[in-house]
Write a new protein. Structure first.
Lengths: 400, 336, 81
């Protein structure tokens, strides 16, 4: 059983560079770019994966009020994805936009508050409603690009844009709208950098997910856009269908606000529910794009669950070892990587791994990418609040 | 669309605007059910577990649990329940506190994880045993309506059971002060440079409803207060309101937000009148609370109470400064 | 004296409404069993100790030893401040 939702367009911007092709080449060549932050003084706590200066587009004229760094990154990937889908000049009166973000314009908020201490008058922060607030970014994109169907912003920490994809696909299945843009975006901020640091989760060196000596995550920033369409509409306009959205599932651990349930019951239930909805058994899934943050706890719990569900049947990789953990952008960005894996029949290596955590009995790709014949792949995203989302994507059949 | 039954209600707000402490008013006849939010929580959850909760978290968790109680969904049956929260500003007080204390290596881990948009839903799942899908939605003044629309969509999904759906905001007037001075008639620059204004008494409140697949609600013998007939959103009010009016009779009452933006309010009312005629009475949530940005579910609670007291159908309309519009049409159920 | 200060700090920083500083035992375990604190409390407490006494407890392994009880904490602070 496959769903009626297909992917017809992709756009990406991250520390790897701008454009989907650039991402594909970095993944196949095992390239990553992690350095100390340039946007603020990091106090040397650990590197990040920042989008290089010059690759973040300038604020389009007339949109200064909404022009946060995250907005500019988002606009670039939306335009790339619409172009890729052949919808750049289409009528978007019924197109939906589902945005996943955790910080939206917090970076700009931080700047407004600079030098303001407790008890001081609050800053004259006139862009608060247009930039800072989580929903402002998606609203601005919809306005600027004339996207006039339903418009929703989901902010569930690190599962935000995965959940946005699931929600958009639900709407397409129900016939609420024929096309939806799924946008994931987050810029680097001091709030997230020092916040994750305060929880002891930032790695002092570039992250190495699933490695025996991993020391935490490397924060990234970026944006990704995935165009979802109803299969009938995509077929009618002879669009290139890059992958099908076969199924998805969401649930919560209900265990702890920042830590995964050590038994992994919640995420196992989520993975199995996504497979059930896709009409697949674990055997049909050839590749898992893991949440794989590089923190000691996440990777242990997730790796054990992958082992329980898939054994050695699915080849596992964490693309956060390339882009860093892009938080709200991660779900959409990793769905995009899954499409590339399905199209190219290759699974990227997890970078930085010298020896896989011996407690894990799973097949993690290390060293260099591996060729695999993939029918279906699963992407996992887990966030604070125990918020889980899994998505199953399938290769397009040769004849549609 | 699967017809969703609303089986539980609550509103958490100060006893009167500006009063400080939060009071829960659950059910269709809230006068009988008033209790303090803090006290309600401390009776159910060990003090130790509550100590990290923020003010906003207290609003959300107490309101959501009170709505589940009102729906008669007991602890043993909450694992299949999901949660959807619409909030414009989320944990804004904690975020401002972090900003003011300075962003650097000394930031409090507790404050950081509490500042995340879905932190209160995380606490709700831990304290209430909720394991279903959990979404926190932010879309300015439409956050609540979007929560209702997306929860309705999820209820049509196979395997979905019930959702507790809420919306609201805590007051943090000092952040708004540059543009929204309390009680003043201040012209305000909007995103599009238009001028709008209004008397603003910012307040705080959250409203909650429990939505279930109607068939399931019937099977467990739950009381259905109202059912959701339509839940739509889009950028064209004429199209969205028109779509809701086509298949349904004119509602008895229309509830619009107690808005900030008189021009946008007038424009929406004009569409409403063109669609339904001039006779339908129009209400706002002003009776329940002061100005709250994400008031959608609070107005939905109002609609449910009207239906419980005899209204045949009520239309809840939302809008924002961009002209985006949502409609949620509720009636008493039956005859579908 | 230092022990009393630490106890007061634990109650205040970790918002423990259900115990008073006097009720915390000098040598009783602070985490899991005993006072029942968790990993977030450990991070919060380490931060507060660093701010007040300038003593860093950033390493998890060291933290588990040092923050075992009020007594071990007091010894560590006295030795390093």
């Amino acid at each position: 059983m496959s769903s009626d939702t297909v992917i017809t367009g992709l756009g990406a911007l991250s520390a790897l560079g701008r454009g989907v092709k650039r991402h594909a080449s970095c993944l196949s060549q095992g390239q990553r770019f992690m350095t100390l932050p340039t946007l603020f003084d990091s106090c040397g706590a650990g590197p990040v994966a920042e989008v290089p200066a010059g690759l973040v587009p300038a604020v389009p004229e007339g949109h200064e009020a909404v022009g946060s760094r995250a907005f500019c990154m988002a606009l670039a990937v939306v335009d790339e994805a619409l172009e890729d889908a052949g919808l750049a000049f289409a009528d978007h009166s019924s197109t939906a936009i589902f945005t996943g973000t955790t910080s939206s314009g917090i970076l700009e908020g931080e700047r407004a508050f600079e030098g303001v201490g407790p008890g001081d008058p609050r800053p004259d922060y006139r862009h608060f409603d247009d930039q800072y607030v989580a929903g402002a970014l998606g609203r601005a994109i919809a306005r600027v690009r004339g996207i006039r169907g339903p418009r929703v912003t989901i902010s569930t920490a690190c599962s935000s844009s995965a959940s946005a994809l699931a929600q958009a696909a639900t709407g397409i299945e129900q016939g609420r709208f024929p096309t939806a843009l799924v946008l994931g975006v987050d810029s680097m901020t001091r709030m997230t950098y020092f916040g994750f640091g305060s929880l002891g989760l930032i790695s002092p060196c570039p992250c190495s997910p699933f490695d025996a000596h991993r020391q935490g995550l490397t924060l990234g920033e970026g944006a990704a856009c995935v165009v979802l369409e109803h299969r009938d509409r995509a077929r009618a306009r002879k669009a290139r269908m890059r992958a099908s959205v076969m199924g998805w599932a969401r649930n919560v651990d209900g265990h702890h606000i920042t830590q995964p349930d050590p038994q992994g019951h919640g995420i196992e239930t989520c993975i199995r529910a996504a497979l059930l909805r896709s009409g697949l058994t674990p055997r049909s899934v050839g590749h898992v794009n893991a949440h794989g943050t590089g923190t000691p706890q996440n990777d242990l719990v997730e790796g054990m669950v992958i082992g329980r569900v898939f054994g050695h049947g699915a080849v596992v990789s964490s693309t956060k070892s390339y882009t860093g953990h892009t938080l709200g952008a991660a779900g959409a960005l990793e769905a995009l990587f899954c499409v590339l894996a399905l199209e190219g029949g290759t699974v990227p290596a997890t970078l930085g791994v010298e020896s896989v955590d011996p407690r894990l009995d799973i097949d993690i790709v290390t060293g260099s990418s591996r060729s695999c014949d993939l029918e279906a792949v699963l992407s996992s995203s887990f966030g604070f609040g125990g918020n889980n989302c899994c998505i199953v994507l399938g290769r397009m059949e040769a004849s549609v | 669309m699967t017809v969703a039954a609303i089986t539980g209600l609550s509103v958490v707000a100060p006893a009167f605007p500006g009063a400080g402490g939060l009071v829960i008013r659950a059910g269709t006849d809230p006068a009988d059910e008033t209790c303090a939010a803090q006290e309600y929580l401390s009776k159910r959850i060990p003090k130790r577990m509550l100590r990290r909760m923020t003010h906003f978290g207290t609003m959300v968790v107490s309101g959501a649990l009170a709505a589940l109680d009102d729906a008669g969904i007991t602890d043993d049956h909450r694992a299949h329940v999901g949660s959807v929260l619409g909030t414009a500003y989320g944990e804004i007080a904690v975020a401002c506190q972090i900003f003011e204390n300075g962003l650097g290596p000394g930031i409090s881990p507790t404050a950081f994880h509490n500042s995340v948009h879905n932190a209160s839903l995380g606490y709700l799942s831990i304290f209430g045993g909720l394991r279903g899908p959990s979404l926190s939605i932010s879309d300015s003044t439409l956050s609540g309506e979007q929560a209702l629309v997306e929860a309705s969509s999820m209820l049509s999904d196979p395997g979905a059971g019930a959702f507790v759906v809420g919306s609201g905001d805590e007051s943090c007037p000092s952040v708004f002060s540059p543009c929204w001075r309390e009680g003043e008639e201040a012209p305000r620059e909007t995103a599009r440079g238009q001028e709008s204004g209004g008397i603003i008494a910012t307040d705080e409140a959250c409203g909650f409803v429990v939505m279930e697949v109607e068939k399931r609600a019937r099977e467990r013998g739950a009381r259905t207060i109202a059912v959701v007939r339509e839940a739509l959103a889009g950028a064209d009010p004429v199209q969205v309101i028109g779509a809701a009016s086509r298949e349904h009779a004119a509602p008895d009452v229309i509830i619009v937000p107690a808005g900030l933006d008189r021009k946008a309010d007038a424009a929406i009312l004009e569409v409403v009148r063109q669609t339904f005629g001039h006779g339908t009475p129009v209400a706002t949530e002003g009776d329940l609370c002061g100005y709250v940005p994400a008031s959608g579910v609070i107005r939905c609670v109002m609609a449910c109470r009207m239906i419980a007291h005899g209204a045949a159908s009520v239309l809840v309309i939302g809008k924002d400064l961009d002209g985006h519009c949502t409609v949620v049409l509720l009636d008493g159920g039956g005859g579908s | 004296m230092l022990k009393m200060e630490i106890k007061a700090m634990i109650v205040e920083v970790l918002a423990l409404d259900d115990v008073t500083p006097e009720e915390i035992e000098d040598s009783g375990p602070l985490f899991v069993e005993g006072l029942g604190l968790d990993s977030i409390d450990a991070l919060e407490l380490a931060l507060a100790i660093e701010k007040r006494w300038g003593v860093k407890i950033r390493n998890e392994e060291l933290g588990q030893k040092v923050m075992f009880s009020v007594e071990t904490l007091a010894t560590h602070i006295a030795r390093n401040s």
